[in-house]
Design a protein around this ligand. Structure first.
Ligand SMILES: [Zn+2]
Length: 82
Protein backbone atom coordinates (compact mmCIF):
# COMPACT_ATOMS: atom_id res chain seq x y z
CA UNK A 1 0.00 0.00 0.00
CA UNK A 2 1.36 3.44 -0.88
CA UNK A 3 1.13 6.30 1.54
CA UNK A 4 -1.63 8.85 1.11
CA UNK A 5 -0.67 12.43 0.48
CA UNK A 6 -1.71 14.87 3.18
CA UNK A 7 -4.33 16.34 0.91
CA UNK A 8 -6.00 12.97 0.49
CA UNK A 9 -5.95 12.37 4.23
CA UNK A 10 -7.59 15.73 4.87
CA UNK A 11 -10.28 14.84 2.36
CA UNK A 12 -10.92 11.48 4.00
CA UNK A 13 -11.02 12.98 7.49
CA UNK A 14 -13.37 15.69 6.29
CA UNK A 15 -15.72 13.13 4.77
CA UNK A 16 -15.61 10.91 7.86
CA UNK A 17 -16.34 13.90 10.08
CA UNK A 18 -19.41 14.75 8.06
CA UNK A 19 -20.64 11.16 8.06
CA UNK A 20 -20.07 10.95 11.78
CA UNK A 21 -21.93 14.21 12.31
CA UNK A 22 -25.04 12.71 10.73
CA UNK A 23 -24.67 9.50 12.71
CA UNK A 24 -23.90 10.69 16.19
CA UNK A 25 -23.46 14.44 16.15
CA UNK A 26 -25.75 17.31 16.81
CA UNK A 27 -28.24 18.26 14.14
CA UNK A 28 -29.67 21.72 13.72
CA UNK A 29 -33.09 22.71 12.48
CA UNK A 30 -32.50 25.04 9.56
CA UNK A 31 -35.86 26.70 10.13
CA UNK A 32 -35.60 27.82 13.77
CA UNK A 33 -31.97 26.89 14.62
CA UNK A 34 -32.96 24.50 17.38
CA UNK A 35 -30.20 21.91 17.89
CA UNK A 36 -30.78 18.22 18.48
CA UNK A 37 -28.14 16.94 20.92
CA UNK A 38 -28.06 13.12 20.98
CA UNK A 39 -26.36 13.21 24.37
CA UNK A 40 -29.39 14.95 25.84
CA UNK A 41 -32.32 13.56 23.88
CA UNK A 42 -35.60 15.45 23.77
CA UNK A 43 -37.84 15.38 26.83
CA UNK A 44 -40.84 16.82 25.01
CA UNK A 45 -40.70 14.14 22.35
CA UNK A 46 -39.88 11.20 24.64
CA UNK A 47 -36.48 10.80 22.99
CA UNK A 48 -34.06 9.36 25.51
CA UNK A 49 -30.46 10.55 25.72
CA UNK A 50 -28.05 8.61 23.51
CA UNK A 51 -30.21 8.22 20.39
CA UNK A 52 -28.35 9.23 17.20
CA UNK A 53 -30.29 11.54 14.92
CA UNK A 54 -30.53 8.95 12.14
CA UNK A 55 -32.20 6.53 14.57
CA UNK A 56 -34.95 8.95 15.52
CA UNK A 57 -38.41 7.84 14.46
CA UNK A 58 -39.54 9.08 11.04
CA UNK A 59 -42.35 11.02 12.70
CA UNK A 60 -39.87 13.02 14.76
CA UNK A 61 -40.38 16.73 14.30
CA UNK A 62 -38.59 19.78 15.61
CA UNK A 63 -40.06 20.48 19.08
CA UNK A 64 -39.90 24.21 18.42
CA UNK A 65 -41.21 24.73 14.87
CA UNK A 66 -42.65 21.30 14.04
CA UNK A 67 -40.69 20.68 10.85
CA UNK A 68 -39.61 17.12 10.05
CA UNK A 69 -36.21 15.44 10.03
CA UNK A 70 -35.57 16.63 6.47
CA UNK A 71 -35.32 20.15 7.84
CA UNK A 72 -32.23 19.30 9.89
CA UNK A 73 -28.62 19.79 8.89
CA UNK A 74 -25.44 18.60 10.59
CA UNK A 75 -24.48 21.05 13.31
CA UNK A 76 -20.78 21.68 13.73
CA UNK A 77 -19.77 23.23 16.98
CA UNK A 78 -17.13 25.83 16.08
CA UNK A 79 -15.28 25.20 19.33
CA UNK A 80 -15.28 21.42 18.98
CA UNK A 81 -13.64 21.47 15.56
CA UNK A 82 -10.62 23.42 16.76
ZN1 LIG B 1 -37.25 23.96 14.11
Amino acid sequence: MGSLSEGRIDEVIDRLNRERAAEAGKMQCKVCWWVYDPEKGVDEADIEPGVPFNELPDFFTCPVCGNGKESFLPFTDPEASL
